[in-house]
Write a protein that binds this ligand. Structure first.
Ligand code: PHE
Length: 358
């Protein structure tokens, strides 16, 4: 019996001192494992006289239970301590505000497309679309730019590989092919705008290989140049949010319009700031003109009955002007600092009633 008491004391002391569950496991194996001290003593019961066994048996069982439950209790305590330590080190203050960095914003190009769409929607225009990868016919031929026409070189076109029949598709160099698609699909009178991506092999401070245009097309029986002028003027006033816009129409050339013009708006550099609609400088914002009779013919529209105007405007260009971003290439760098500075709140939906950008 002396043996058992000493063993109990010894084991319980070692259990109490165990620093981790690995140490506890070692003690358990040494005491209760197959060759453990307690198991060894249990096996000795067989050689005892019935008398001896009567007192040694319960004593050994008691020892076994004590050691077993001491190990369990110690293991639980160690696990609790470990969890407490983790809870302290991984503490999260759920009352802190959400990180402001997690907020996204609307890209200025998307914002400007929404603003322009809102303005033209008020004038009764609907939105039309066409593919970025375009047939040569829609991008050039139907727009009165036949295969050997020099205007094809002016466009710095990206061509797709030639197909077996010798034709090549292109990345559309302007949104004007949507004019063709619209006239082929819908009977006049027509009043559409077509915003979208366009591509030309060109890159500097004011040119990127991918850029955005918005096309407008109006076809009716008595549409004339005065309508074109009035429409562009109303657009500029609403878009730049000024009462009067100084504008000029410069004679120009496009194969698909006759007469053709480019539109400049007056501006003034006030210190570092660009003021739109006044001053002695000019900025080109779009090409325009009366739709060429040959283009109408290509689309099955009778030029003796119908006429109309079209214009194409650089969206990125007018976004730069309105929101003062100096380098066009930065528009497509995906630099988070730039996006945070020039981006718009997603809840800031343009409406004419409030001035489109507020
Ligand atoms: N498509 C022309 C361009 O990209 C712009 C334009 C559109 C001119 C419609 C006249 C009419 O330069």
């Amino acid at each position: 019996m002396q043996d058992i008491d000493t063993l109990r004391e010894d084991l319980l002391a070692r259990i109490a001192a165990a620093a981790d569950s690995a140490a506890l496991e070692q003690i358990r194996v040494a005491a209760l494992g197959k060759k453990g001290a307690i198991s060894e003593l249990m096996r000795g019961l067989g050689q005892m006289s019935p008398e001896e066994r009567k007192s040694a048996g319960p004593a050994l069982n008691g020892l076994k239970d004590d050691v077993d439950s001491a190990i369990r209790a110690a293991r639980e305590a160690l696990e609790d301590a470990l969890l407490d330590a983790r809870l302290v080190s991984e503490r999260i203050d759920v009352t802190l505000p959400v990180l402001p960095e997690a907020r996204g914003s609307i890209h200025p190009v998307s914002q400007v497309i929404d603003e322009v769409t809102e303005i033209f929607a008020q004038m009764g225009f609907t939105v039309a679309e066409g593919p970025d990868i375009e047939e040569d016919f829609y991008n050039f031929t139907a727009l009165n730019i036949p295969p050997e026409h020099p205007a094809r070189q002016m466009h710095d076109t990206f061509y797709l590989p030639e197909r077996p029949d010798g034709t090549r598709r292109v990345l559309r160099t302007h949104t004007s092919p949507v004019q063709i698609r619209t006239m082929l699909n819908t009977k006049p009178p027509l009043r559409i705008i077509a915003p979208g991506r366009t591509f030309r092999c060109d890159s500097d401070q004011t040119h990127t290989p991918m850029f955005h245009q918005i096309e407008a097309l109006v076809i009716d029986e008595s549409t004339h140049m005065g309508h074109l002028k009035g429409c562009i003027e109303a657009f500029c006033r609403a878009f730049f949010e000024v009462d009067e816009v100084k504008m000029r129409f410069r004679p120009s050339y496009f194969p698909f319009t006759e007469p053709s013009a480019e539109v400049d708006i007056g501006c003034r550099r006030d210190g570092g700031e660009l003021r739109i609609g006044e001053g002695d400088d000019w900025l080109e914002i779009m090409g325009c003109g009366m739709v060429h009779p040959k283009v109408l013919e290509h689309c099955g529209v009778d030029p003796a009955k119908y006429q109309g105007f079209a214009f194409g405007m650089g969206i990125d260009r007018i976004a730069m002007l309105k929101y003062g971003a100096p380098d066009l290439r930065a528009f497509f760098d995906s630099d988070l600092r730039w996006l945070r500075h020039y981006g718009f709140s997603s809840l800031n939906v343009p409406t004419l009633g409030q001035g489109v950008s507020r």
